[in-house]
Design a protein. Structure first.
Length: 263
């Protein structure tokens, strides 16, 4: 009837508006079902999956999911029952399931721990139904993100950026193969697979020093072509990354040897 037609026309208008305004602003939010419930901590605590309780929920970074499908993990007696009925985001990163660890404070976590939280959040988003938001640390009583959530999301962004940079570095300087024996000492060598990085060059072993970190580790360095990230550079002298300032040769090894034995 006309009602259906009106809704269809509105949906089309919305699509046009969304396209014009870009992804950030959603002019069609009113067409969608309400964005889930807003739960207080006390309400969420009633969803631990016990017989007389209304269901089985948990929250990560303030987002509440219905985990009924995972009852054997999250329900009473399950290995992860401590996560049910609350936001225990911190425990997803630390594995600390004590009373002190089952909390939602993520302010002091490392980049690696923030990535763990991010992957759990996407796991729940992919596998369980979202219910709504928990009012407290991450959302205010209107369901608006708080400063704490913005900081957590910024920390996740930063961690993703660090991971991407470290992947890049590993492509440039793949780790060496190494072994040690009491008879022959240490042996470092490069192959086209070393460090788990498949490539079309072998490289030679060098010590790589990272700014801000103590000590060095062995990496394989490309010896021909332009330096990394400068494909068009003509005045490089065809030495690959050998002149990178963070590298040092191993004493007693030929600078172009693919393997190096230190007794």
């Amino acid at each position: 009837g006309p009602m259906r037609r009106g809704a269809a026309a509105a949906a089309l208008l919305c699509l046009g508006a969304a396209w014009l305004l870009g992804r950030r602003f959603d002019p069609c939010a009113w067409l969608l079902p309400p964005r889930g419930r807003l739960l207080s901590a006390a309400e969420l605590a009633r969803y631990r999956g016990a017989e007389n309780e209304p269901g089985l929920y948990l929250a990560v970074l303030g987002r509440v999911f219905d985990v009924e499908r995972g009852r054997r993990h999250y329900g009473p007696g399950g290995a992860y029952s401590g996560l049910a009925g609350r936001d225990a985001t911190r425990a997803f990163a630390t594995g600390d399931f004590t009373h002190a660890g089952l909390v939602d404070d993520v302010s002091a976590l490392s980049p690696g721990e923030m990535l763990a939280i991010q992957s759990w959040l996407s796991f729940y988003g992919d596998n369980y139904d979202p219910v709504g938001k928990l009012v407290g640390r991450f959302y205010d009583e209107n369901g608006t993100p708080t400063e704490a959530l913005r900081q957590a999301e910024a920390a996740i962004e930063e961690a993703l950026k660090l991971r991407a940079e470290s992947e890049q570095r590993k492509q440039q300087f793949p780790p060496c193969n190494s072994e040690w024996s009491s008879a022959t000492g240490s042996r470092f060598w490069c192959s086209r697979q070393s460090g788990g990085v498949s490539r079309d060059w072998t490289g030679v072993p060098r010590k790589l020093y990272r700014p801000g970190s103590r000590g060095s580790h062995c990496v394989c360095v490309r010896t021909t072509g332009p330096p990394w990230g400068q494909p068009g550079s003509s005045e490089h002298g065809n030495r690959g990354d050998l002149d990178d300032p963070h590298l040092e040769e191993y004493d007693g090894c030929h600078p172009l040897a693919e393997q190096c034995v230190l007794t």
